[in-house]
Design a binder for this molecule. Sequence first.
Ligand SMILES: C=C(O[C@H]1C=CC=C(C(=O)O)[C@@H]1O)C(=O)O
Length: 404
Amino acid sequence: MSADSSGARPQTPAGGQNPPDLQKSVGPATPADLAARYRRGDFLFTTAQRALLAQGTLRTVTETDPRRLASAIPGVLAETGAPLAVGVLPFDTGPDTKVPGHLVVPRTVHRSEGTSSRARADLPAPARVRAVPSPEQHMANVCAAVEALAARDLRKAVLARALDLEFDAPVPAERVVRNLAAGNPRHFTYAAELPGGRSLVGATPELLLRRTGRTVFSSPHAGSMPRSADPATDRANGEALRTSRKDQVEHAVVIDYLVEALRPFCRTLDVPAEPELVTTPAIWHLRTPITGELADPDITALDLAAALHPTPAICGTPTEGARELVQELEPFDRDYYAGAVGWVDTTGDGEWAVAIRCAEIASTSMRLYAGGGIVPASDPRAELDETTAKFRTLLAAMGLEDGV
Ligand SMILES: C=C(O[C@H]1C=CC=C(C(=O)O)[C@@H]1O)C(=O)O
């Protein structure tokens, strides 16, 4: 584990310093105002109703074992006198991972509630776009995954592809984030710093978990169909998803896993018998809202995130075999795509969202990611189309449409 401090201000309130500010923004500061105040290096987690903007760094804590990371954070918060820590877990939290969970104890925290919307900002067009792998290769990977499911006795694996965008000037991350928040008001727009000065930005519909006191809530999403600009086609796509046997199987694998993973922590667990049909601006999904009552109130939101991640919504089942298959077939490291992003406070409350519908921004380039669950009945062309539709969350925020 490494814990670095940065900045001039001393670290411990025990030394007579003031604890970091918990600024509850009231009055004119709406969630959209906080999204507009985001600058690269900050952490943002917002819907149209609620926003958390964390700025500055009192302490950075990095650790490849998410359970050790989770157990270190209460001590770090107590030492620094800070109200909360924010950050990201990578996709790969397995024993051989080289990618650490990356948490920051911020210097200042702004929170805001209320409804808000904001106009979109213009963005420059990319100079170059490259699909990694090519669409044809992604379809070949889907076929290989379907064969491997049978050969290796796996129920599901989630395969992703990427789009690399290169620009002639630094990517204006602030405007991408503002547009994501404006375009996805019901979902979680997030931005977090990554090691090496990169940023992860996205707008995800999927909450891995929220802990509020003894209540834990999870809203797994699995099973997808593209939205359509034509209302009749759009309705038909939703209906096709609701009745799709293949998508019900894909969804059930995730719910089975989550129920099994949550049960040891919960006195009660409420799991609806059927998934519900929900939408993002780009995609129809199946989702099942799960609510539980924690048996042990000392289990923090980050402990739970470390225990639940990676779910079969972004990895597969069984976890180890699916992760191996993903690493064999995908021609890139996922890093923080399909990880978790969120916050945990001194009471143990917090929210961790599944880091999908996202891009990693370097200086003048960005990599967009989109994946889909592969089960024995998956069709390569439909899986390609699904990832194309999932890219739309980010492409729409960039002012770009399909065809890039
Ligand atoms: C892996 C992604 O989506 C997951 C979440 C919801 C639905 C999914 C699906 O239907 O395949 C995926 O499991 C992604 O957007 O990159």
